[in-house]
Design a binder for this molecule. Structure first.
Ligand code: SF4
Ligand code: SF4
Length: 157
């Protein structure tokens, strides 16, 4: 499924491209909780110990029963990985939801607006001023989505 993603939260991530702030990433995951850890204050632990913000997108959890959460994590890459390790150690099964960016190049006017907000270096204009997308460098930060004046960029989830 492809969707345009322009919520305020998403626009604000890495909002100052000129700063030297390290890049944060987002990951969407599905968590399957066994009954013994359903009451664990997971979002508090992630925020306090790993500085990872979690946005719960869907929850099916009842006390003393197994449950399922769909959650988006937002943090520094190494901290997100450590947080995922901690979650797994608790006995919670983690499934990552793949997300990627696609560019509808038929609509692109090669203005370069997305290049200037891409801190990961995944976008550049070539010598003919045509946009190049270097997908392996993309952290799916979504900054280019709101930067593009003609809605070329889509996030596939
Ligand atoms: S190309 Fe990837 S890393 Fe660059 S701004 Fe877009 S989503 Fe972020
Ligand atoms: S901002 Fe949009 S139109 Fe401009 S170069 Fe990037 S993808 Fe193309």
């Amino acid at each position: 499924m492809a969707k345009k993603s322009k919520s305020n939260d998403e626009k604000n991530i890495n909002a100052n491209p000129s700063s030297a702030q390290p890049l944060r990433i987002r990951k969407r995951i599905v968590l399957d909780f066994p009954p013994q850890v359903v009451q664990t204050p997971l979002t508090y632990i992630l925020a306090k110990e790993y500085d990872v913000a979690s946005n719960i997108l869907r929850a099916e959890i009842a006390p003393e029963e197994s449950g399922k959460l769909v959650m988006e994590m937002d943090g520094l890459p190494d901290m997100v990985e450590k947080a995922l390790g901690r979650i797994k150690e608790m006995g919670i099964n983690v499934t990552e939801i793949a997300r990627k960016v696609t560019f509808n190049m038929d609509k692109c006017i090669h203005c370069g607006a997305c290049v200037s907000v891409c801190l990961a270096g995944a976008l550049k204009l070539d010598k003919d001023y045509h946009l190049q997308f270097i997908e392996p460098k993309c952290t799916v930060c979504e900054m280019c989505v709101s930067a593009c004046p003609v809605d070329v960029v889509e996030i596939d989830i």
